[in-house]
Design a protein. Sequence first.
Length: 142
Amino acid sequence: MDNRFSLKKRKPKIKILCFLSFTYLLFLVTFFVFFSFDFGTAYDGIYSCKKNHCTITSFLQVSEVVELKTSQKLILNKQEQNLQIEKIYDPELVNNVAIQQVVFKVPKQEFYENQTVSFVIQKTKKNIWEILWESLKGGDVL
């Protein structure tokens, strides 16, 4: 008689594969929890330079201006530098949004006078779970 109905034993390859997949899953979870990434917001501003005194003038929401700290970094032209705020003007109401004009002091760059430039202000470090949660949560409440 042919042993068609007998139980077959698991092969050791399946055990090794299960162990490797569990180890890989454990590695991914620890990587996403313990490693964090720099998180920042991109802005546009007008670059102006008089002799060696160079600034970027930009408009930001009041809620973002309140969160600015000197310990943050400003990335301009792929160069990271300390955030130096030269002047903050009074808030204005435009289309029911409170904005403020902010002047940042920056080192001399190879931009034209009154050229619109993009820069990034690094805010905090976040792990992948926090970034995913904010993305799934939706937009900010005004």
